[in-house]
Design a protein around this ligand. Structure first.
Ligand SMILES: [Zn+2]
Length: 378
């Protein structure tokens, strides 16, 4: 992670860079802000910059031995503490952060913007709460007593100190009060008020604001590509309210919607033409989708039929369809009438229940297509 990879946060980046140039390196920073604003990426870019042996004006060099180790998050002077599960399934061995370090590195390197829930899913915590256990304090102290291997600074990055067991937090406090020389604590928190008060007061507070709209628009466009319309992008940026994770969720939802619309269009064309061969081919494809997606499609289709019925009344305030859905509705809506609207909606709902009840999806899909072929011409 480099400063250049961070979405927005110009002022925070500037502050961090400037502090290093001024030689002002607080021994503990509490980096706070809501989810999805880039606190962990900022902490990582800052740690890299501190250790870089050939710092450039605005970022680390990317080439020195320290930077190369940072590329794999495997710098010997960079230590991580983060919430984990107590034990692996079927094992009686208590886990330490270091046991999950390979997964932690892999997860961050794939995408440093993530939520506690995503991390928790990744390590298969299932329903158990993950936390930083009391036993971790011995490890923290042991690592701080190691002498710095290669760089000038030893860095202890704690992700979500609010999830720390109180006895571990107390040991951490003691070392923060009397830190070993050239040690930097980076505490990345979403709930600074839940961090031990005495730790808060000994750390330099750095608040990371929501991501600004211009930077978020740029990030959204880089995901959805040039095909995204301005209104679609501004919609997503608005929904995200400065949280990049929310933006990604909104993009995924809009991709699901697009996929459902394409299938719906294809079903309607096949049904209108009574093209049995293509109906069968679509049923095959649909069967490979997975149950949740299949159910979501039927639910979507029922709603979209209803929207098409209302579309003819020309009441935009009760219509909830996007530009692509509207484009199809222009020609399709005349076929949804008082004679078939209720039956069509009922058939999609029935298909959804059948999927829920584990009926063969090919059969559900094909039967439904045959019924629509009749209903659509009523
Ligand atoms: Zn470097």
């Amino acid at each position: 992670m480099f400063f250049k990879d961070i979405i927005g946060q110009k002022d925070v980046k500037h502050l961090l860079l400037q502090s290093v140039k001024d030689g002002y390196i607080p021994h503990a920073r509490l980096i706070s802000g809501i989810e999805g604003v880039g606190k962990l990426p900022l902490a990582l870019a800052y740690a890299r910059y501190l250790c870089c042996t050939d710092r450039h004006e605005d970022d680390s060099c990317g080439k020195c031995p320290s930077c190369r180790q940072f590329n794999k998050l495997a710098h010997p002077d960079l230590h991580f503490v983060f919430p984990i599960i107590n034990r692996k399934k079927g094992s009686s061995k208590d886990l330490y952060c270091d046991d999950l370090l390979p997964q932690w590195r892999e997860f961050i390197l794939k995408n440093p913007y993530f939520s506690l829930q995503q991390w928790s899913n990744f390590i298969e915590a299932e329903n158990s709460q993950i936390m930083i256990y009391a036993r971790e304090s011995d490890e923290i102290i042991r690592k701080l007593n190691l002498k710095a291997y290669e760089s000038e600074y030893k860095i202890m990055l704690v992700w979500l100190p609010e999830r720390m067991h109180p006895s571990c937090a107390n040991s951490l406090l003691k070392v923060i009060e009397e830190p070993p020389a050239k040690t930097v604590f980076l505490l990345v928190t979403e709930s600074p008020d839940r961090v031990l008060g005495t730790i808060q007061s000994r750390a330099q507070r750095l608040s990371v604001p929501p991501i600004d709209e211009a930077s978020m628009s740029e990030a959204v466009r880089s995901i959805i590509g040039q095909s995204g319309s301005d209104s679609e992008i501004s919609n997503i940026v608005h929904l995200a309210s400065g949280n990049y994770l929310k933006a990604v969720d909104a993009i995924t939802a809009s991709e699901d919607r697009q996929r459902n619309l394409e299938l719906f269009k294809s079903i309607m064309r096949n049904c209108w033409r009574r093209d049995v061969k293509n109906m069968k081919a679509e049923a095959e494809k649909f069967a490979a989708w997975g149950r949740e997606k299949q159910k979501a499609f039927f639910s979507y289709a029922g709603n979209y039929v209803r929207e098409n019925f209302f579309y003819r009344f020309n009441l935009p305030e009760i219509n909830y369809i996007n530009a692509d859905e509207t484009a199809f509705a222009v020609n399709y809506s005349p076929y949804i009438t008082e004679k078939n609207v209720i039956s069509l909606i009922d058939e999609f709902a029935l298909a959804e229940r059948h999927i829920e009840a584990n009926v063969n999806p090919r059969m559900v899909f094909f039967d439904l297509s045959m019924k629509i072929a009749v209903l659509i011409k009523k």
